[in-house]
Design a protein around this ligand. Structure first.
Ligand SMILES: [Zn+2]
Length: 131
């Protein structure tokens, strides 16, 4: 993705200033919310490798399939609990709007989820989520 394009997570920053350095491993997320945003961007861009890498090793699936018909349009962070630089776990509630352009028709929706994050060896990872 073009580093000068707007980041898919909706931060208003460019991809190169925002989720890009997390995706390419140049830096790691300082907070659970940052990790959440970078995972949304990875969904939006179709980067399953990053999604797996940022998943808790005990909870991580063997593989992820990203539905090519689903487009992730925007992310809204509703609420966060802990998840700061000083914490070892955190919760992020978010709403993510998507659109499905399937051959059988078009639909759209909002995924509303409360996700749990933890820090493993200093790095924030996604544990699980409840829709
Ligand atoms: Zn971003």
């Amino acid at each position: 993705m073009d580093p000068d394009a707007r980041c898919p997570c909706g931060s208003g920053l460019t991809y190169g200033e925002c989720c890009g350095p997390l995706h390419n491993g140049a830096t790691s997320a300082p907070t659970a919310e940052r990790l959440m945003r970078s995972r949304f961007s990875a969904f939006a861009m179709g980067d399953p490798a990053y999604l797996l890498r940022s998943w808790h090793p005990d909870a991580r699936p063997a593989s992820i399939e990203i539905d090519p018909d689903t487009r992730w349009l925007w992310l809204e962070i509703v609420r966060t609990e802990r998840g700061s630089e000083r914490d070892s776990d955190g919760v992020v509630e978010f709403r993510a709007k998507y659109r499905v352009d399937a051959p059988e028709g078009r639909s759209s929706g909002v995924q509303h989820e409360v996700s749990t994050f933890a820090r493993v060896a200093g790095e924030w990872v996604y544990v699980d989520g409840e829709a």
